[in-house]
Design a protein around this ligand. Structure first.
Ligand code: B12
Length: 225
């Protein structure tokens, strides 16, 4: 069942997809770090959707004031809507898209993606996948089916890498052993104060002021580049 759902997600536009049970998600490190539990009581699984955001298509990741935030995120929402319809019609399975933000009922997407077998957490603190490196964005759907744990990928790209990602940060957020969130957040604030207007992949996005957030630690990663 999981393999069929994952294959269908790809036909609806996902670059990668994977599934993980809610029970497994409860043990994810970010919940422990933040002292939270997933607000997803009961049975079922998460379907994690990933969309590649190539270096050559920066507009996919530009935040505007329209619903959905970015063109890339809107594409993933469309994939999720099509998939939920297909699951209901063909498989008689209930599914719905979860919110992006944690405070609105979302999940820690990187943790979910690792547990769904899509990749590992790299030295840049991002999900790094064998096919696209960290250059992907994520969303998750709640799907009313039970799944087995995925196979753990034999993938450890940072082990023998000179980690240019850690030196690329304009705020030196990786100067210490681990990622320093306040430094990164300061860069995001700077980006928000420097909106741009450029013709984009979507006509409406091109007309709106957009925030191109820093992606230095992401774009410096050599995996699958
Ligand atoms: C809040 C947030 C931010 C905040 C804070 C980030 C932070 N890491 O604390 C700010 C605004 C600073 C930010 C910055 C960025 N973000 Co952000 N952010 C989020 C958001 C909404 C929640 C993340 C969060 O709070 N995590 C909790 C903190 C405590 O955890 P953490 O620092 O991520 O570290 C945890 C993991 O590494 C995990 N972990 C470590 N090892 C292992 C091993 C295993 C087996 C597992 C399961 C987990 C695991 O445990 C750690 C905690 O203990 C998510 C979307 C979502 N709903 O998940 C996007 C998200 C994580 N961000 C994303 C991106 C792309 C970015 C930026 C590149 C900016 C941009 N252009 O969008 C930078 C990169 C920062 C970085 N290198 O980490 C992507 C990541 C995609 C990817 N390939 O990983 C996400 C998933 C959103 C998306 N659109 O897909 N972000």
């Amino acid at each position: 069942m999981a393999a069929r759902i994952v294959a269908q997600a790809k036909t609806f536009g996902a670059s990668l997809a994977g599934m993980v049970s809610i029970t497994a998600l409860e043990r994810a490190p970010s919940y422990a770090t933040c002292g939270l539990v997933p607000r997803l009581a009961g049975a079922g699984s998460l379907l994690v959707l990933a969309l590649v955001h190539k270096h050559s298509q920066p507009q996919l990741d530009w935040w505007d004031d329209r619903k959905g935030g970015t063109p890339g995120n809107r594409r993933m929402e469309e994939t999720a809507i099509n998939l939920a319809r297909w699951l209901g019609r063909k498989m008689r399975v209930e599914a719905h898209l979860l919110p992006y933000h944690m405070e609105r009922g979302g999940v820690f997407l990187k943790d979910a993606a690792v547990l769904a077998g899509l990749g590992i957490i790299g030295r840049n603190n991002l999900l790094v996948t064998p096919d696209y490196g960290p250059r992907i964005r994520l969303r998750a759907m709640l799907v009313e089916v039970e799944v087995d744990p995925p196979e753990t990928p034999d993938f450890d790209p940072c082990a023998r890498c000179c980690v240019p990602c850690t030196r690329a940060c304009p705020r030196e957020a990786f100067a210490q052993a681990s990622y320093h969130r306040p430094s990164c957040a300061a860069q995001m604030k700077h980006d928000e104060a420097n909106k741009i207007r450029v013709p984009g992949v979507e006509e409406a996005t091109g007309q709106l002021p957009c925030v191109p957030y820093c992606r230095a630690c992401e774009l410096a990663c050599p995996v699958a580049r």
